[in-house]
Design a protein around this ligand. Structure first.
Ligand SMILES: C[S@@+](CC[C@H](N)C(=O)[O-])C[C@H]1O[C@@H](n2cnc3c(N)ncnc32)[C@H](O)[C@@H]1O
Length: 225
């Protein structure tokens, strides 16, 4: 990804070292104590919604896909602008039929679809704000989802959420660094951008995270232009 692209900072930290530390650190104590939403919640969500022929946007280490209970050989497309992520996930998910696509979710997606499920877990808070711009990412995924497919994920909420003092410190630090751009992200704002592309949206806040699922794409496609 071009260094001048507004989405660059949200994906550039994922080198081999961070990918090795991610599961024990980010999905361990940071999820549990900083965001107060343990990784088990993510596994529960993936197990509930994932279907074979799944699209995963911003898969990170692939931890949730691996623990989602998909039958061996299921088709999974992983989409991320960062080649380190794609290499790491493809290696990890060797029991699945993985297609890796180097792309930015804010641009029209170079994938055919339609996918039976799609996840964007812990990605919206990495995308450049405002929410208006993040709505394009949601629309891009909706455009490649099957009519009966489910789009799901979670995102760290901004300063309106009831973060702990430690949560607020992490939020400030990650936003200063540029790894997050979510200070103004609210549960209602996330719900609103989902409703632009989906007729049926459920969202709940757990700790400092909003967890969402959306079905019935309205497929306006207008946000892509
Ligand atoms: C915080 S990690 C989340 C990883 C994984 N989904 C999880 O829940 O553990 C953010 C992921 O989003 C990816 N990402 C960041 N910006 C992106 C963009 N513009 N398009 C697609 N993926 C992006 C990063 O490269 C990384 O893989």
């Amino acid at each position: 990804m071009d260094r001048n692209d507004p989405a660059y900072r949200g994906q550039s930290d994922y080198n081999e070292l961070l990918l090795r530390l991610y599961d024990p650190l980010v999905l361990g104590p940071i999820s549990r104590y900083v965001w107060r939403c343990p990784a088990e919640e993510g596994i529960r969500m993936y197990r509930q919604h994932i279907r074979p022929n799944h699209l995963d946007v911003g898969p990170g280490t692939g931890y949730f896909i691996e623990h989602a209970g998909l039958p061996a050989g299921s088709r999974v497309t992983v989409l991320d602008p960062n080649p380190n992520v794609l290499r790491h996930v493809t290696r990890r998910l060797h029991d699945l039929e993985v297609t890796a696509v180097e792309a930015d979710v804010l641009k029209p997606l170079p994938v055919a679809g339609p996918f039976d499920s799609a996840a964007m877990n812990a990605v919206l808070h990495c995308l450049p704000g405002p929410l208006e711009r993040k709505a394009v990412a949601v629309a891009n995924v909706a455009n490649v989802l099957a009519p009966r497919g489910t789009f799901f994920g979670a995102t760290v909420l901004g300063r309106s959420a009831r973060h702990t003092r430690m949560g607020r410190a992490f939020l400030t630090a990650f936003n200063r660094r540029g790894a997050f751009d979510n200070l103004d992200d609210t549960e209602e704002g996330i719900a609103e951008i989902l409703r632009r592309s989906f007729r049926n949206v459920t969202i709940e806040t757990v700790g400092g995270l909003a967890i969402f699922a959306a079905t019935e794409t309205s497929l306006s496609g207008s946000l892509n232009t």
